[in-house]
Design a protein around this ligand. Structure first.
Ligand SMILES: C[S@@+](CC[C@H](N)C(=O)[O-])C[C@H]1O[C@@H](n2cnc3c(N)ncnc32)[C@H](O)[C@@H]1O
Length: 899
């Protein structure tokens, strides 16, 4: 038998202090996970042992056998983590020199983002130095557990972090456990779903006894580790000003866990490898220290590793008795790749490329009111904000506006948002930029091409007197105008919007109230009391088309690189006039609209109402008539749309029967990872058109399954004759495309000329076809069978596609080509496993989703494969990346799947 395989470095939980905890936190959209990165590797090891003879290359990938020297050199992670096996087994490791992990500090290399393995002496030393700088040095952790804090730092050190707790524990369970163990403490806190909890003590004595008692205690099979909590100097300052610190009141908002800061949303794209950020530049652009060429090489290497995971997992998921597909067999000749990675397309603009920056409002490490980027994840205990001036991805214009706002706040009476206390008024500034039309001759001088700027200021108006708020808004608008004018040349300023958001995190929901403000002198303010102005919108241009961008609609942050991305997707989709193109997760319609001239018809699907409204406007202003945009979650409408357009039998059924929806709803309640099913589709009646059925949706909160309801309908089209039309709510009696209809309107989404778009309760019979469809002479359901070539381009958010969408696409026999665009290649891999693995002859209907929380994305995909209906799999044909995010480790990947 082979000698025991050393586990990967950092196996299990061996976190030393709060920083180390943070460094293992995966801040993906899925939430916080202390990532036993190694569990994965261990699985790989076990499986690759099983399938050793099949593919030795996989063992290289899994770290089981060393890569050839040239690969070692290429792998940016080579020897960047300490080998835990080596440390634990008296400095011996059966892999010897070929181990991918460092045997001791001397061998250790810095990670690509210049950070060090958090468990290394170097990292700890750096940590200590930086903490000294912050006048807030915690005790240095030693060998897995922290020492007791020095006596002169008692106030900030009477709290500890408990690592390795069961995820299912809540605060109450932790309290019970501590009481049972006889620990004397002041307060404790634990959030379900995390393995970290917090405990605070009244005295040093209590802390000493408590930590001694808890150190190494077993909970289930896991040992509890104890780590320090690092309190920043600005938090101390807040405390001095009267603010609470963690531990003072466990039920108060002073809870480091009560934050769902998403650095991605914030523009602060944090590299998961980072240990600790000392500057906004490092937090937001961790690769900025590399040349652009090296950055691309680094990203390419990461993508290669990610792609190989697809092959490995699809192989594992392949049901017994079913032959491995050709692409997996061929992968041996390509070093384990599922298809060729054909390269990485550079961003035309490397600096200042972001057209949207979300600046946090908070305090710097020195306690100064600052508008900029947070230095790290709040879960790392980091709330400090630093100015964005040194971040190369931010434009000069965005920086200027951040500075103008910062100056304004310093003289403002209303408080800035306190992330620890969840109180305050000013929260965030978003700067969105729109470029001029036409071919840009001087790409690198991107700033000169910015024609429009929209500023969105997020506040929390709760409990603040209205008059005071109005006065501050007026002063702020004036400050922005003055700031814009003071620059040479003056900065563009087209729209100013207030977003009143009362939630804990700055990530506001799509329906968060927006108040467009008049900008003095730009807008003619009719009276002193009227601050509001009309629709705030800016414009940008892609492939010579104009795009409206409303305040919250998604628009790629790097427009010039996005243009390259879309044209690559279009080229690979192999489009012609016989093509029906589904643009899934279409946002403001950018992909569908830029490719509309190459296809017969585009159907865009998007859940964000304002983005759909923008998409429709965009079609109109560009005179594009062969696009239809459907507002709804793809998982709720995709099946119906496929049936509607592809003339499937039983056309008047919705795509999923109630049991399917109920099933997905149940799995959600029973811990389904896909907890974003908000819509329900009811079987529709014979007198509704398929279009109506496909587009109507109802918020799950208002409906319980099995209940009969008046379906809510989303319609769009042109009114040729109107008897009554109330802009807000009321009844619409109109002739729509020649048919008389009556609708109770819930909300009108856009109204320009005689075009409309609204949701309302469906009352009568309406064979509605939008004028766009009529103009093309393709009326619903006359589309059926009209298209020979059915293609989907999917561009989902970071979590990837919903499993129902994957299943719908995979099981539809007429969909032969799919172009997957991904801003998170790991999610693409998860989805591609489900799309490309052969299905079992008899799918396992018994979906046991228990334990999904501890599964990796790929493990989950393999698990779901078991219940995939028998269907022809796709195969990965080619892949290519487009760098939309220079200086960060993020990258867009495009993969062509065919069958
Ligand atoms: C990465 S963006 C792509 C947008 C667009 N393709 C573009 O390039 O501008 C993802 C879009 O998917 C939308 N989205 C997220 N979840 C969705 C769902 N379940 N169904 C439909 N759209 C969804 C988001 O609102 C967002 O506009």
């Amino acid at each position: 038998m082979a000698s025991p395989t050393p586990p990967a470095a950092n196996e299990g939980i061996q976190l030393l202090d709060a920083q180390n905890v943070a460094s293992s936190i995966d801040n993906s959209d899925a939430g916080v996970v202390i990532r036993p990165c190694d569990a994965k590797s261990i699985t790989v090891v076990a499986t690759s042992e099983k399938r050793k003879r099949e593919d030795e290359v996989n063992e290289v990938e899994a770290g089981v056998v060393p890569p050839p020297p040239q690969m070692q050199h290429q792998n940016p992670m080579w020897k960047t983590s300490l080998c835990s096996y080596f440390r634990r087994h008296n400095k011996s490791c059966s892999h010897g020199d070929s181990c991918r992990y460092a045997h001791g500090e001397a061998e250790l290399r810095p990670r690509p983002d210049n950070s060090w393995d958090p468990t290394s002496d170097r990292a700890k030393k750096l940590l200590k130095t930086s903490d000294d700088i912050e006048e807030d040095a915690p005790s240095e952790a030693s060998d897995g557990e922290s020492d007791l804090p020095p006596c002169d730092d008692v106030n900030s050190s009477l709290s500890k972090c408990l690592v390795g707790l069961p995820r299912k524990w809540a605060s109450e369970t932790l309290k019970n456990f501590l009481d049972k163990e006889g620990i004397v403490y002041k307060s404790s806190k634990k959030k379900k779903g995390m393995t970290v909890g917090f405990i605070s003590f009244d005295t040093l004595e209590q802390l000493k006894d408590g930590t001694n008692e808890l150190k190494g205690k077993l909970v289930g099979s896991k040992q509890i580790k104890i780590a320090d909590i690092i309190v920043r100097s600005h938090d101390k300052k807040q405390k001095e000003r009267g603010g609470k610190q963690f531990g003072e009141d466990p039920d108060s908002s002073c809870d480091p866990l009560n934050n769902d800061y998403d650095p991605e949303k914030d523009g602060s794209v944090v590299d998961g490898l980072a240990l600790k950020r000392q500057s906004a530049r490092n937090a937001v652009t961790p690769l900025a220290h590399m040349s652009y060429k090296d950055q691309l090489e680094h990203k390419k290497n990461l993508l290669l590793q990610t792609l190989k995971r697809l092959t490995r997992n699809a192989r594992k998921a392949c049901p017994d008795g079913i032959p491995l597909p050709e692409w997996i067999l061929k992968s041996r000749e390509m070093g384990g790749l599922p298809c060729q990675l054909e390269g990485i397309i550079e961003s035309p603009l490397v600096n200042g490329y972001r057209n949207k920056c979300e600046f946090s409002v908070g305090y710097s490490l020195q306690g100064k009111c600052t508008v900029g980027f947070q230095l790290g994840n709040f879960r790392e205990g980091m709330t400090a904000v630093e100015e964005p001036l040194d971040c190369p991805n931010v434009s000069r214009i965005a920086c200027k506006y951040a500075m103008v706002f910062q100056e304004f706040l310093q003289s403002c009476t209303l408080p800035v948002w306190n992330r620890i206390e969840n109180s305050g008024f000013w929260r965030q500034l978003t700067v969105r930029e729109g470029r001029r039309p036409g071919q840009v001759c001087e790409v690198q001088n991107g700033e000169a091409n910015i024609a429009e700027v929209m500023l969105i200021v997020q506040i929390c108006a709760s409990g603040v007197e209205e008059e005071l708020v109005k006065g501050e808004f007026r002063r702020m608008a004036q400050a922005f105008l003055d700031g814009a004018r003071a620059c040479s040349p003056p900065l563009p300023l087209s729209a100013l919007v207030i977003q009143d958001h009362r939630g804990i995190s700055n990530a506001a929901p799509a329906d968060c109230p927006l108040l467009p403000l008049a900008i003095p002198e730009l807008e003619k303010v009719s009276s002193q009391d009227s601050l509001e102005c009309s629709d705030p919108i800016i414009h940008d241009y892609i492939s010579n088309l104009q795009f409206c961008v409303s305040p919250t609609a998604f628009f790629q942050v790097n427009t010039l690189a996005a243009e390259k991305l879309y044209s690559l997707a279009g080229d690979w989709a192999n489009l012609d006039s016989d093509t029906l193109l589904f643009d899934i997760c279409c946002g403001t319609g950018t992909i569908g609209l830029t490719l509309a001239h190459r296809v017969g018809m585009v159907v865009g699907i998007e859940m964000n109402e304002s983005a759909v409204s923008d998409a429709r406007k965009n079609a109109e202003i560009n005179g594009i008539k062969n696009c239809r945009f459907v507002c709804g979650k793809a998982e709720a409408v995709m099946g119906s749309l496929l049936k509607e357009y592809l003339n499937m039998p039983n056309q008047h059924d919705t795509s999923f029967d109630i049991s399917e929806i109920r099933d997905s709803k149940n799995t959600k309640e029973n811990e389904s990872p896909n907890d974003n099913i908000d819509f329900d589709i009811k079987s529709h009646t014979e007198d509704e058109s398929a279009t109506d059925a496909a587009t109507r949706s109802r918020d799950q909160r208002d409906v319980t399954l099995g209940e009969t309801c008046v379906p809510e309908v989303h319609l769009d089209g042109k009114i040729s004759q109107t008897e009554s039309l109330d802009n807000e709510k009321g009844n619409l009696d109109a002739l729509i495309n020649g048919k008389s209809v009556n609708h109770e309107i819930n909300s009108i989404q856009s109204l320009s000329g005689n075009s409309f778009s609204f949701t309302g309760n469906f009352k009568g019979t309406c064979e509605l076809n939008s004028d766009i469809e009529e103009d093309k002479g393709k009326t619903t359901p006359a589309f059926a069978g009209q298209f020979k070539n059915i293609v989907a381009i999917v561009d989902p958010p970071r979590v990837g596609l919903h499993p129902i969408v994957i299943k719908t696409l995979r099981t539809h026999p007429r969909l032969r080509r799919l172009v997957y665009i991904s801003c998170k290649p790991e999610s693409l891999v998860g989805n591609a496993i489900e799309l490309c693995t052969p299905s079992a002859d008899r799918p396992d209907k018994n979906k046991n989703n228990r334990g999904w929380r501890s599964m990796s994305a790929t493990g989950l995909a393999r698990h779901r494969m078991k219940s995939m209906p028998n269907s022809e799999p796709f195969k990965p044909v080619r892949a290519m990346a487009v760098d939309l995010f220079p200086h960060t480790s993020h990258c867009e990947m495009v993969m062509l799947l065919e069958r």
